[in-house]
Write a protein that binds this ligand. Structure first.
Ligand SMILES: Nc1ncnc2c1ncn2[C@@H]1O[C@H](COP(=O)(O)OP(=O)(O)OP(=O)(O)O)[C@@H](O)[C@H]1O
Length: 344
């Protein structure tokens, strides 16, 4: 890319090559660097969308070049809003990030065990000595707090933020359940309120230094998963599926959504792949494993195939998920860590 910025250049390329231009875009009231659209939109296209006149566009381009050359610009530079849809590659290059990896766990449909996989992945990562947090993005159907048996309400942190609750094993947890008087109280909110709660859970919670923040998304491709994809500085998405799910088009919808929003699928997990008897016999209750098909569909590695274990469901219901130990989850955590290391 030439060193002179022109209106036909893609916004994402401009800010990646010249980080100083982010504040110029925002100073001009153009939020495209904080929007997934900026990944493919040109400077002129972004300006057009935001109804810039040709003169205003010229001034923007002039200021972008001035900023690169360290010269004064015509507007007050403005910081990009934290966590608002910063394109993935920019998110990971943010200097001094306190949260090293923000990973969303997603599934096309409810009940495939996404929350359970999120919880157990966190437990295994913590056992490796890593700092882990879970943001329960399932605002209207939260289950993470219950699984970890966290009690009480989050308090104000020393930095005036919200202090997340800690599980017995030291995992930081934030979930809508913690703000309800009764666990069974419904959260009857429309999409925008759900989206704003998710943003607050990311921005206002004092997560501190974390190796991994796992964001447990609600199922499907509605407002909430979209908010996370567009508003949090995600490093990647893990897709959880089950053998019988692949036969439907739901998994593909979920994969398409991630790809359309320029997210990166870092791995896939197949849950409920088999049931193993104490003597070691395996039964594929929901049909043969489709792990390799998942890999073909996403181009991402299969991080693990998880067994069905009735003991596990009982521990989750009792808030004692951290007491569970099974080899496949340790393997899952190892594969997860090494996959992300390779990606970096
Ligand atoms: N591998 C498994 N073995 C035994 N029980 C499981 C397994 N995976 C999930 N479950 C149980 O299935 C139920 C649904 O799991 P979970 O809540 O994790 O699904 P989900 O995909 O997050 O659903 P949703 O977000 O739609 O509520 C839970 O009771 C959970 O304990």
């Amino acid at each position: 890319m030439a060193d002179t910025i022109t209106a036909d250049m893609v916004i994402h390329d401009v800010v990646t090559k010249f980080p100083a231009t982010v504040k110029v875009f925002h100073g001009h009231g153009l939020p495209c660097t904080a929007c997934a659209v900026g990944a493919r939109e040109s400077v002129a296209g972004g300006a057009r969308t935001h109804r810039f006149t040709p003169e205003k566009l010229d001034l923007l381009v002039q200021d972008l070049n001035a900023a690169v050359n360290g010269e004064p610009i015509s507007v007050a530079p403005k910081k990009a809003p934290v966590g608002r849809g910063v394109p993935l590659t920019m998110a990971s290059s943010e200097p001094n990030r306190k949260i090293k990896n923000v990973i969303a766990i997603m599934s096309g449909k409810g009940g495939v065990g996404k929350s359970l996989v999120t919880g157990l992945l966190a437990v295994s990562l913590r056992r490796q000595g890593l700092q882990v947090g879970i943001l329960d993005g399932d605002i209207t159907g939260p289950s993470i707090a219950r699984m970890f048996g966290t009690k009480g309400q989050p308090s104000k942190s020393a930095n005036d933020g919200i202090e997340p609750l800690r599980s017995k094993g030291g995992i930081k947890v934030m979930s809508m359940n913690m703000f309800l008087e009764q666990e069974s109280d419904p959260v009857v909110w429309r999409g925008p309120m759900v989206s704003s709660a998710i943003k607050q859970f990311y921005n206002d919670v004092d997560w501190g230094n974390l190796d991994y923040l796992l964001v447990d998304l609600p199922p499907g491709t509605s407002d909430a998963p979209m908010t996370v994809m567009q508003s949090l500085p995600l490093d990647g998405v893990v897709i959880v599926s089950s053998p019988q799910m692949l036969a439907t088009m739901i998994v593909m919808k979920c994969i398409n959504m991630v790809q359309q929003l320029k997210g990166e699928i870092v791995g896939v997990v197949e849950n409920m792949s088999y049931f193993q008897t104490p003597s070691g016999e395996r039964y594929e209750i929901f049909g043969p494993s489709n792990g390799t098909d998942l890999v073909g569909m996403t181009g991402a590695p299969l991080l693990g195939t998880m067994p069905i274990d009735p003991a596990l469901a009982a521990l989750c219901d009792a808030g004692r998920v951290e007491e569970y130990y099974a080899e496949p989850y340790e393997v899952l955590a190892q594969n997860f860590v090494s996959t992300l290391k390779i990606k970096r």
